[in-house]
Design a protein around this ligand. Structure first.
Ligand SMILES: NC(=O)c1ccc[n+]([C@@H]2O[C@H](COP(=O)([O-])OP(=O)(O)OC[C@H]3O[C@@H](n4cnc5c(N)ncnc54)[C@H](OP(=O)(O)O)[C@@H]3O)[C@@H](O)[C@H]2O)c1
Length: 431
């Protein structure tokens, strides 16, 4: 394809950066046809120049200080694939936009914390800020929310947004093993980071949810307005009990519009085995969108890894090369509303409660009384085995009740002398 090359600088040559180089090399012809011109890597930056990366970078200028990429004359885009909300990634993105250079990034942490200010800067300077790879890698969810569903008033966005957690929960179910054991194994296989806390404590999913919320509801991404709970406390018993009740446990990011405001949370929840979300297993991600005209839709795909993430980055580059540019969050940054958040207390749902109790007379009656006092009515009780004065598992499901009220009841149940450990409370989501 003839035409002036679209010249990019690439910062970060790790999993995603190398994937982007491979995609641009391997599919150069069709990418050029779709972009209307060849995409050329003019310069790259990473920490270690000597590291073997398995890709040919001989024609690219090596730049030691990533921020200096923003000063290269004649660049059409900077691709930031370093990561982290602060430091070199933030400095580079800011410097590039300030110089009017469009930016493509996969950095959800950066967008969750600085998305509003960066979107505003991008607009002020007339440079695009694109980030398809930041949420659910291989699923083009940013494009669908921002463009495909643009006619809709979005009521809710839900998702399985972290492949590591979904993999761990799936393994726990399939093998009956406990969380710590499966996590160790996932780390050994490279499915979980050496420091897995961002994934398993729900932070990574929360970063992504902030971005989805901003797009869906026209609000500023706000990491402080989320309730976040991870999956460390989920036991093999929870997985089994959920299964017996007809559910699977998923770490769900959910953002919904309510009368009181937008409620966002990342929490493990139960979803019916037979639901489309229940069928999303292993490292797969899923995003469910509910709009007033389109109805409901679910997209499923690989959320991370070299190939899916690189695919999303290159799609953004092709859009840029074609001159297709919309505001970062779909509407002008100045129109993005601030706040409007509310907590999860008002969500009315069925609930799952797992309590380990000492098997003494009256303990179930005490739990039932507390639930009654909080106007939470019990739907079913599941108890396996009996061993006087030994801990036994009791699983209770409730009829629909507001989450705030159920949480208060559970806080009181946790204080009962016959209750051992921390009760596990989860919402039962039914789509
Ligand atoms: N991995 C995924 O599946 C995935 C999926 C979706 C989104 N993302 C996002 O994509 C971004 C990159 O992730 P990744 O998994 O590719 O990370 P990674 O494998 O750790 O790679 C990071 C790269 O950044 C380079 N780097 C670090 N500090 C730098 C600095 N000060 N200046 C220049 N380069 C620097 C590193 O250089 P050296 O190689 O020399 O050490 C490395 O090449 C992150 O924002 C991540 O959240 C990743």
């Amino acid at each position: 394809v003839a035409g002036k090359p679209f010249r990019i600088a690439l910062a970060g040559l790790g999993t995603v950066g190398v994937g982007v180089v491979k995609a641009l090399h391997q599919n150069a012809g069709l990418i050029a046809a779709r972009a209307g011109r060849p995409v050329e890597i003019a310069a790259v930056s990473a920490r270690n120049k000597k590291k073997k990366r398995g890709v040919d970078l001989s024609g690219c200028t090596w730049v030691t200080d990533a921020k200096a990429l923003a000063e290269i004359p004649g660049l059409d885009a900077v691709v930031e694939l370093i990561g982290g909300a602060e430091g070199p990634a933030h400095d580079l993105v800011k410097a590039s936009l300030k110089n009017g250079i469009p930016v493509v990034t996969a950095n959800k942490a950066l967008l969750a914390h600085h998305g509003y200010r960066l979107a505003k800067l991008a607009e002020d300077k007339g440079a695009a800020l694109k980030y398809e790879a930041a949420v659910a890698g291989g699923i083009p969810v940013i494009k669908s929310l921002r463009e495909g569903f643009a006619a809709n008033n979005i009521k809710a966005v839900y998702g399985i947004l972290n492949g590591t957690c979904n993999y761990i929960l799936t393994e726990m179910r399939e093998t009956g093993r406990d969380f710590a054991d499966v996590l160790n194994d996932a780390q050994a296989k490279g499915y979980a980071e050496a420091d897995p806390s961002f994934d398993i404590d729900g932070v990574d999913a929360a970063h992504k949810l902030c971005i989805l919320s901003a797009l869906a509801f026209g609000v500023r991404p706000d990491f402080k307005s989320l309730k976040i709970s991870g999956i460390r406390h989920i036991t093999a018993r929870d997985i089994l009990a959920a299964q017996e009740l007809g559910f699977r446990i998923k770490l769900l990011g959910s953002a919904r519009r309510t009368d009181k405001g937008i409620v966002q949370s990342v929490e493990p929840c139960l979803v019916p085995i037979a639901s489309p979300m229940g069928a999303v297993e292993g490292v797969y991600n899923a995003v469910f969108v509910e709009g007033d005209f389109v109805g409901t839709g679910l997209s499923v795909g690989r959320g991370a890894g070299e190939g899916p993430t690189a695919s999303a980055v290159v799609a953004d580059l092709i859009d840029l090369a074609r001159g297709f540019c919309v505001p970062a969050f779909g509407i002008p940054a100045a129109s993005l509303k601030k706040g409007g958040w509310t907590d999860t207390g008002g969500i009315v749902s069925h609930f799952y409660l797992h309590v380990v109790v000492l098997d003494r007379p009256g303990v179930l009656a005490d739990i039932a009384a507390i639930m009654r006092d909080h106007e939470v009515s019990i739907e079913a009780v599941l108890q396996r085995g009996r061993d006087p004065d030994k801990p036994v598992s009791v699983v209770i499901t409730s009829h629909p009740a507001p989450q705030g009220r159920v949480e208060k009841a559970v806080a009181q149940i946790a204080k009962l002398r016959s209750v051992a450990g921390r009760p596990c409370l989860m919402r039962i989501e039914n789509f």
